[in-house]
Unconditional design. Structure first.
Ligand code: CIR
Length: 257
């Protein structure tokens, strides 16, 4: 398996007003967020992909998290219908970028009353796990399942209890390795994988990304870094402190395909 392309969007100045569940962390510093974003892009490129960098969009504070308005698979792309009202318009802004890589007949849409955000969708080969969250509803999951089946893939639902998105707490690193934190440690859905349990104190770093054999780990989480190295991967770290303040992690910042 190899990723060839990534799509990212530069953070906008309004990133300071992104949705957050942790206001005690303070607001993101725009200049630092930009710097961290540039470092992130360089890290992706080192993993052998081309990166399409979309311009900042001030209308949507959370628009740097391009993972949420679209899902990209080997057979099709799906424009989602984000459940967060302030983010819903992002779906119209990602379409042109998706069209550069997918034929019109391979671009599908989640439509109201269905809602779905890409952060709730995790790819494991031809199977997709989708979290039922405050952002992703039953109808959205129903539509996603039908779309994936139409394009030769499968889907199963994972009910979420505490996290924002599915990939907030569980991420697949290929080779049967699954990083799990919090509620995902015990979920039966992931019992068949080689689970790597993440301590509560480093749960933010459950959101690592596998990039063509290298795993990118957020900077500042030594237990997770050691665990990932222990699995035999090459690793890179990228500081995402400013995105963390608004619940964003490494996976949220790109579409990878
Ligand atoms: C939000 O609440 O929508 C953003 N502040 C964070 C989105 C994170 N995206 C993701 O997990 N895929």
């Amino acid at each position: 398996k190899k990723f060839n392309h990534c799509i990212v969007r530069k953070p906008c100045k309004a990133v300071c007003d992104g949705i957050t569940s942790a206001p005690e962390l303070g607001k993101p510093d725009y200049e630092l967020a930009l710097k961290q974003h540039a470092t992130y892009i360089e890290a992706l490129k080192k993993c052998g992909v081309d990166v399409l960098v979309l311009e900042a969009d001030e209308r949507y504070p959370d628009s740097c998290f391009v993972e949420d308005p679209a899902i990209v698979t080997k057979n099709c792309a799906i424009i989602t219908n984000p459940g967060a009202a302030s983010r819903n318009g992002e779906k119209a802004e990602i379409v042109d970028a998706i069209k550069k890589f997918y034929k019109d007949e391979d671009i599908e849409h989640i439509v109201a009353p269905g809602t779905l955000e890409g952060g709730d969708v995790m790819m494991v080969g031809d199977h997709f796990y989708v979290g039922r969250s405050a952002r992703t509803n039953e109808e959205g999951i129903k539509q996603l399942t039908a779309i994936l089946e139409k394009h030769g893939m499968t889907c199963s639902e994972v009910p979420l209890e505490k996290v924002l998105h599915l990939k907030t707490g569980v991420n697949y690193l290929e080779n049967n390795n699954m990083l799990v934190a919090g509620e995902f440690v015990t979920k039966p859905d992931f019992a068949k994988y080689n689970k790597v349990e993440i301590p509560e104190s480093e749960s933010y770093a459950a959101n690592c990304i596998w990039m063509n054999g290298t795993v990118i780990v957020p900077e500042g989480y030594p237990a997770v870094l050691a665990a990932v190295k222990g699995l035999g991967y090459d690793t890179m770290t990228v500081d995402t402190s400013e995105f963390r303040k608004i619940d964003g992690g490494l996976s949220c910042l790109s579409l990878r395909f």
